[in-house]
Write a protein that binds this ligand. Sequence first.
Ligand code: KG4
Ligand code: ZN
Length: 406
Amino acid sequence: MHNDSRELSLQHLRKSCGLHGGARQQNRGEGLLAHAQGVTCRTGPDQLRNMSLTVLGIESSCDDTAAAVVRLTAAPEILSSVVEGQVALHAPFGGVVPELAARAHAERVDLCVEQALEQAGVTLRDLDAIAVTAGPGLIGGVLSGVMCAKGLAAATGLPLIGVNHLAGHALTPRLTDQVSFPYLMLLVSGGHCQFLAVAGPESFHRLGGSIDDAPGEAFDKVAKVLALPQPGGPSVQAEAQRGDPRRFSLPRPLLDRPGCDMSFSGLKTAVLRARDGVIAAQGGLYQQDRADLCAGFQRAVADVLVEKTRRALAETGFTLLAVAGGVAANTEIRAGLQTLCAHLDVRFLAPPLRLCTDNAAMIAWAGIERLQQGHRDGFDLQARPRWPLDSTAAPLLGSGKKGAKA
Ligand code: KG4
Ligand code: ZN
């Protein structure tokens, strides 16, 4: 790189990583800037298949700022995975506040990258590409990650790869267990709910999804109406353990209709009505009432997910079901899916929770898969609030609590 263009790139890096003001911020960036000097891209499209690839991933599409380094040699290896959550930041507001999220991402993303490189024991010189979530998600957050990645790519000359966040989730079973295509992915979190037939690194077909709330969102709202702590999933699950799932008759929305679409908004409202009914009848809500409501709600969600999964497996004929997303941590849902798969002689795969929930290792891995396909993005890479994985599928109706549904 010529001196002038390097200086330009370093300025770009400073700006894009939010390193333009104050001595403290400049110090923070020095590690990255030092790394950036003298890096050249060592990958040509034809050499990629058989060589070791080391990719930095950056994720900032919702309420986790994350960076990770993944290396592919004979098998993929996660060299580091740094995730900084924003739960405490948004807790007082009962949901993710996009402006606060965007600011926090902009303030932290460069630090996460520095930590990820340090923990991996690599410098920018050791990388083959920079992969970043370019959507779907909250636009301010996605922009923070994309600008940081562009700055790094400009400063180093490394290829820039925009990754669809949902592809990151969908390809995770290949990172963790090196599974072959095709397989069925059930993605269930606070922002997503869909069945994906995954046939290749860039070949996804959506079989169905929630037409309103994502299941994690419903867990969170049920926790809220029952005055349980957030995030709602774990607290509803804990209450449900002491409850009777049969006491309240709650709906199984859309089970009476064919196909794999789901709905969880009415179920949440049914819980609210049942709660109000109990309060009206006995003047208050006792611990057992709360436990029974949680158990009934959790059973209804599990029943819907299991039955719709049965249909998705029948439709595709696939012999592998993989799950991702925070709701996949739910023991009743997991057990239901496991039992279904055992019955159908289908392999069930649940990656470790830290890789089921939002992280940057999945983005680095999806970047590796795209790189191997010869894909690179230019500096015109856009941050996209909506980016359906399967552009042929009809759009889903809901926007999701986190605005990340596609
Ligand atoms: O994947 P995730 O960490 O973040 C995104 O939504 O992107 O998922 C978080 C969601 C929350 O709504 C949380 O309540 C839910 O996953 N969750 C659970 C459980 N653990 C987390 N839902 C049901 N049961 C759980 N054990
Ligand atoms: Zn996600």
